[in-house]
Design a protein around this ligand. Structure first.
Ligand SMILES: [Zn+2]
Ligand SMILES: [Zn+2]
Ligand SMILES: [Zn+2]
Ligand SMILES: [Zn+2]
Ligand SMILES: [Zn+2]
Length: 343
């Protein structure tokens, strides 16, 4: 009995060994799954038919797409074949394109962009607000090459833009006056000197309504010798001016003209509205509508995101008012404000 037990144990051990050798002989390739025959490749305890099968299991570089045959770098769950390919994942400077680790975020009317520390130090364009290799205009404004390319310096060219915007506003928006408006390109010094509420970067144009106040005193005598004086004053000799900065790209000049012409319309219809937020908000609202008419509504993000409480706040107020109550309700509201303003 004892003997046969020992014999059984040794048989079992033999049987186990046999099974093991069968398994080792029937290795599957970890890549293609076929049985491995003859010479094979072993990597990290796994068997492969050969180099070809092994390389097939390697990850592709997330940047250049090649197989990472010479090792890889892992970043944010992705594989890269080289340091150079890792570099391509770094954010790039919006201006010079160099990848960087510590970029500088710059907010401008046209959105937020990131720059390398060097480019971030460059002067910012007066028009688009972004740093660039700007040139200096005579009045000290910096202008970037992109804006400079489309900038208008000639009065005659600007006048054409102005006339076109005025015509389109009258025809398509029903907003216009018969005022004889003198339109002129000016420099920033002129604009600063002549705007009462100048905010750099907000107004690139200016609307002015000048007039002469005449006072007439009528004296009436009654039959009994009493004297009654009646003084009346009235506005006369109205002059209307719209000024816009020279060296502004055409798209922006369109916007400026629309903004200032909206002021002119309000002056003509509702001259007693004093609230700056309403006045500027309305002008910005019309400028946005005109941008849309010219197929350049991408510039309306500036109004929408403008943090200024008068310009941005005013624009959002008008915009919300119209979408909630409609354009007619806004006109009624304007009329009420105008009546209140008379008091
Ligand atoms: Zn294989
Ligand atoms: Zn690569
Ligand atoms: Zn840069
Ligand atoms: Zn610019
Ligand atoms: Zn304005």
């Amino acid at each position: 009995m004892k003997r046969s037990r020992a014999a059984l144990r040794s048989f079992l051990i033999l049987a186990l060994l046999f099974a093991f050798s069968i398994i080792t002989m029937a290795l599957d390739c970890s890549s293609c799954g076929r049985k491995v025959k003859g010479r094979y490749l072993k990597v990290d305890g796994k068997a492969y038919c050969g180099k070809y099968c092994y390389e097939k299991t390697l990850p592709n570089c997330a940047a250049c797409g090649r197989k990472c045959t010479k090792g890889y770098f892992k970043k944010a769950g992705k594989y890269y074949c080289s340091q150079n390919c890792v570099k391509t994942t770094l954010p790039r400077c919006s201006l010079c394109g160099t990848p960087f680790k510590n970029g500088v975020k710059i907010k401008s009317p046209s959105g937020e962009r990131v720059y390398c520390p060097e480019c971030a130090k460059l002067p910012k364009c007066f028009c688009c607000g972004l740093p660039n290799h700007c040139r200096k205009l005579e009045d000290g404004r910096w202008i970037c090459p992109n804006c400079y390319k489309h900038a208008i310096f000639k009065q005659a060219e600007a006048q054409k833009v102005f006339d076109n915007v005025r015509e389109k506003m009258r025809k398509d928006l029903g907003i216009g006056t018969d005022h004889k408006i003198i339109f002129k390109l000016v420099d920033s010094k002129f604009l600063e000197k002549n705007s009462s509420n100048h905010q750099p970067g907000q107004e690139l144009g200016l609307y002015k309504h000048n007039y002469t106040i005449k006072t007439v005193t009528e004296t009436k005598y009654s039959l009994l010798g009493g004297k009654k004086e009646d003084t009346k004053s009235y506005k006369t000799n109205d002059r209307y001016y719209i000024y816009a900065l020279y060296g502004v790209p055409k798209y922006k000049l369109i916007e400026i003209c629309a903004h200032e012409l909206a002021h002119d319309w309000m002056q003509g219809q509702l001259s007693n509205i004093k609230d700056l937020k309403i006045k500027e908000g309305w002008a910005e609202y019309i400028a946005a509508a005109v941008n849309e008419m010219y197929g350049q509504s991408k510039y309306n993000e500036r109004m929408q995101n403008n943090p200024d409480p008068v310009y941005g706040g005013g624009f959002r107020f008008i915009n919300t008012y119209i979408s909630k109550h409609g354009a007619q309700a806004l006109m009624d509201y304007f009329k009420r404000l105008n009546e209140e303003g008379k008091k």
